[in-house]
Design a protein around this ligand. Structure first.
Ligand code: HEC
Ligand code: HEC
Length: 356
């Protein structure tokens, strides 16, 4: 069903009663002056260095920490935020389309909401909990969907922290110049060293205060490819969330000393899913992106095959070229005794599949 914005506003006002969730973006505290779209001074802008691909949307993001509070950064890969933390992410396709919102309630649970902008950009109202299909045409036959709250949860509750783009690696001051789609920190955006200086982080391990975190890789393309997988896939595919049993970890945990899980759990590791068309499929076959399930699924937008499964309808050509180039040139095949032809990969992903 396609809803025009005025119809959406009507539907929203009529049927969206979500306890404690503001009905309009103007009431979430993002703006000091909504008519002039002037963001309140205590909402701090930030950009993750490895952003999520969302069909080419340009994005802006802000965080609000209640005065006098700080983030507990002692688990470097899963920061704990103070009650009352708010985060916003604005999506624009030429014009502002939606602004997503998360708030940490007194019960320790995150609220997820998204606000749809009028075409004239003068108002932005709460979307229904089920989302809105086909709100805006992105390309012939392809329309942008406003995600449902269960889609928000599928991505944001798949890792040990619900906040995905505001963490030590994503905010590192040692930014990756080869990261696809990075906006780059514009002047005044928060980075890790500024967070430390301003006393907004507690317990960050000293090693990351002394040296800005950075992905260890054998060359710049590998660094960017591992970062891309971390930012686009690692929130579902990691060893600490609900999908851990799949034994596929594409995140880059700074607290791990064992090397990138995205290599350990893919290179020469048989796919768990067999299609008769592709016997002996492996997740990543060194030098062979065409026979790497990971690259094939990134390239697909067939609903049952595509990766990520949510939040995108157009394959990310730039991200795909990076990952394919990395697979084609930077990886050495496993020498012998590899899991290439073993029926099912070991369930402990980190125990299996070493880089030679
Ligand atoms: C396909 C997975 C996916 C879906 C679906 C999704 N998000 Fe996110 N979201 C992410 C990722 C990954 C980031 C961090 C990277 C970035 O911002 O580019 C993020 C960032 C955010 C941020 C900034 C704070 C943070 O976690 O970094 C907010 C706010 C947000 N999302 C809200 C929402 C809401 C509300 C919904 C549902 C209406 C939603 N998201 C749906 C993956 C998703
Ligand atoms: C919203 C959560 C989510 C995100 C984000 C996500 N995936 Fe997945 N992925 C899944 C689920 C669930 C499965 C298992 C079901 C299936 O195969 O579709 C899966 C399966 C896979 C498999 C098959 C594993 C095997 O053994 O063959 C690969 C490869 C994969 N994903 C790669 C990726 C890549 C690459 C990205 C990022 C570009 C990504 N995924 C992002 C949820 C996700």
């Amino acid at each position: 069903m396609l809803l025009t914005v005025p119809a959406l506003v009507a539907a929203t006002t009529a049927s969206t009663e979500r306890a404690g969730v503001p009905k309009r973006l103007a009431d979430t505290g993002l703006y000091a002056n909504f008519a002039e779209l002037q963001v309140a001074a205590d909402n701090l802008p930030f950009s993750p260095q490895y952003p999520l691909w969302s069909d080419g949307a340009t994005k802006r993001r802000w965080i609000h920490l209640p005065p006098g509070t700080a983030i507990d950064a002692s688990d470097v890969d899963a920061w704990r935020f103070p009650i009352g933390t708010k985060l916003w992410k604005e999506f624009a396709f030429g014009r502002r389309v939606e602004t997503r919102y998360m708030e940490l309630g007194a019960n320790g649970e995150w609220t997820y909401a998204t606000y749809v902008w009028n075409e004239d950009g003068r108002d932005s109202v709460l979307a229904p909990e089920r989302g809105v299909r086909g709100l805006l045409e992105l390309a012939p036959g392809v329309r942008h969907d406003i995600p449902s709250v269960s889609d928000c949860r599928a991505c944001h509750q798949g890792a040990p922290t619900a906040v995905l783009g505001f963490g030590a690696l994503q905010l590192s001051s040692d930014r990756d110049p080869s990261a696809p789609h990075a906006d780059g920190a514009k002047g005044g955006e928060l980075e890790l060293d500024a967070l430390v200086r301003r006393g907004l982080l507690r317990g960050l391990p000293d090693a990351f205060v002394e040296h800005a975190p950075r992905i260890a890789a054998s060359n710049p393309r590998e660094r960017a490819a591992l970062g891309y997988l971390h930012g686009n896939c690692g929130h579902c595919h990691n060893a600490r969330g609900p999908l851990a049993d799949l034994g596929l970890a594409l995140d880059y945990p700074l607290g791990e000393a064992r090397g990138a899980p995205a290599l350990l759990t893919t290179l020469g590791v048989a796919s768990k899913f067999r299609s008769s068309a592709h016997a002996n499929d492996v997740r990543i076959a060194a030098n062979d992106p065409d026979h790497s399930v990971l690259a094939r699924r990134m390239a697909s937008r067939k609903p049952l095959l595509q990766m990520p499964p949510l939040g995108t309808q157009i394959a990310d050509d730039e991200g795909l070229a990076l990952v394919r180039g990395w697979i084609a040139s930077d990886l050495a095949p496993l020498s012998s005794g590899a899991s290439m032809h073993s029926p099912i990969p070991d369930l402990d992903p980190l125990a299996k599949g070493r880089r030679p």
